[in-house]
Design a protein around this ligand. Structure first.
Ligand SMILES: O=C(O)[C@H]1O[C@H](OP(=O)(O)OP(=O)(O)OC[C@H]2O[C@@H](n3ccc(=O)[nH]c3=O)[C@H](O)[C@@H]2O)[C@H](O)[C@@H](O)[C@@H]1O
Length: 463
């Protein structure tokens, strides 16, 4: 500063390389003598002036272009560095663009994976794989009651074959957790729907299972049970007729009532009380069968009818109230095992996997008469209580309660027709199936803490 002051004082402005000289040339308003102007713009001073001008341009370039560019560059590097490393110093994605690219790649990979398998859930921890079928082989299939115990296992089989499956369920006894492992799969659709209402769908096959099947559940609201079997079946038959779909009805061994023929063959007409506590279900299914054959004969609908005998397995509703779930839940909690009556009545139990294979064989075969699907392995109910107590190492006492009204005294399927027409017979031994079911209910119990078994009276299913 001192030097500059001295220069000004001495009129020493020639050094155009000095910062002051540049300032003087840039500023025409600066007070300048004509002599000085001549020095600045003319003659040998012109060189000095143009050198100064060049320096001015360079200065402007530095000030207005290079510095901002350098700052921008520095800033970009800073952003880049900040996104390259996290707080812990670990390297991050290289840039926002590559961030987006890699997220999209990951989403695409995840979607691809999820379209080829189930998602493990607490209810269905095992991963099930789904093949990709060509369009002409992939069928559109509806399963009514597909979130229920049997329905959900059937859905698994159809999904694992690579078909497009639509579940219709009103969740009266069905549970979302039974099908939660498929919700993300593009071949799977869930429609919360009550079959007593009509529905329009494009479909090639209908497995019509929707109906509460446990006596306490179907007796809870008998009018609704009748509507489900009658109006529900009518609606599904109407749909099948409209779109030309094949339809399978899951009927029941209950259509034989309290049978006077043993074991029961398909040509036995049954012994049913039309006005008893079980009639809403028994007669509902009987008229549903009648509707099936009327639509076949009158409208050429392609039909199948399965008469299902007592079935058990994982995903049974814990408050189902049926003998298998009740005895297991009671035994696992060391609560009294409740036998209705003397336990002299008999039942024959099949594991759910066998039933699903039977339903599938029936739907895919040509035979359209009613077919029994069950395991002829017959037990006295009191012996069955002892077996479950043993398999669960339970300390439960066995308690006898009053016999329920119209309880069938003996039941055992004759499955010679299923063997002959479908090439089907049950493969799972009752004890093996029970072990799997006990393990399932143990898991449910661990989650719930306690389960109060459903008694013989009518009750609404609780989750
Ligand atoms: O499990 C099935 O798939 C069948 O269940 C029921 O038929 P049901 O034979 O009466 O079934 P349960 O309620 O399991 O009863 C079986 C026997 O065990 C007895 N039971 C049931 C529950 C219980 O806690 N204690 C007990 O002794 C019943 O009185 C009956 O004699 C349905 O009505 C059928 O449609 C269905 O096919």
């Amino acid at each position: 500063m001192e030097r500059r002051k001295n220069r000004r004082k001495n009129g020493d402005e020639e050094d155009a390389s000095s910062v002051d000289s540049i300032r003087i040339i840039r500023s025409p308003s600066s007070p300048m003598s004509p002599e000085k102007k001549g020095k600045a713009y003319g003659g040998s001073n012109f060189f000095l002036a143009s050198k100064g001008a060049m320096l001015l341009v360079v200065g402007i370039m530095i000030g207005y272009v290079a510095v901002p560019m350098a700052l921008v560059e520095l800033n970009v590097k800073d952003i880049h560095n900040r996104s390259s490393y996290g707080n812990d110093g670990a390297p991050r994605m290289r840039s926002l663009q590559s961030d987006e690219d890699s997220i999209q790649t990951r989403v695409a990979e995840d979607q691809k994976l999820l379209s080829t398998q189930s998602l493990p859930t607490i209810t269905s921890p095992q991963i099930m794989h789904t093949p990709i079928l060509s369009d002409h082989r992939r069928k559109k299939i509806v399963v009514t009651g597909g979130a229920g115990f049997v329905g959900s296992h059937l859905v698994d089989k159809l999904m694992m074959e690579g078909h497009e499956v639509t579940v219709l369920d009103n969740f009266f006894t069905g549970q979302k957790k039974n099908i939660a492992h498929w919700l993300q799969h593009p071949n799977f659709s869930l429609v919360v729907h009550d079959v007593t209402e009509p529905i329009q769908l494009e479909v090639q096959e209908i497995y019509h299972l929707a109906c509460p099947a446990s006596p306490p559940h179907y007796q809870f609201n008998p009018v609704k049970t009748i509507k489900t079997s009658t109006m529900g079946t009518l609606n599904m038959l109407g749909l099948a007729k409209r779109v030309g779909a094949k339809i399978l009805l899951t009927s029941t061994s209950e259509i034989y009532g309290d049978p006077q023929v043993h074991p029961q063959k398909e040509d036995y007409w049954g012994n049913v009380n039309t006005v008893g506590p079980r009639s809403c279900y028994d007669e509902g299914k009987r008229v549903a069968e009648t509707m099936m054959y009327s639509y076949k004969n009158q409208n050429h609908v392609d039909i199948r009818v399965a008469r299902i005998f007592n079935t058990f397995g994982p995903r049974m509703h814990p408050n189902d109230g049926r003998v298998v779930s009740n005895f297991i839940i009671q035994s696992l909690q060391n609560k009294p095992i409740t036998i209705y009556g003397e336990g002299e009545q008999t039942r024959s139990f099949q594991f759910v996997d066998d039933l699903v294979n039977g339903l599938h064989a029936l739907m895919n075969g040509p035979y359209d008469g009613p077919v029994n699907l069950g395991n002829p392995d017959e037990y006295l109910v009191r012996d069955f209580a002892v077996l479950i107590k043993k398999l669960t190492n339970s300390a439960s006492e066995i308690q006898k309660l009053e016999q329920t009204k119209d309880d069938p005294s003996r039941r055992k399927p004759d499955i010679s027709l299923a063997k002959e027409k479908l090439g089907w017979s049950p493969k799972v031994k009752v004890e093996d199936g029970l072990q799997k079911t006990i393990a399932y209910f143990q898991g449910v119990l661990d989650q719930a803490g306690e389960i109060i078994p459903t008694g013989p009276g009518a009750s609404k299913p609780q989750n």
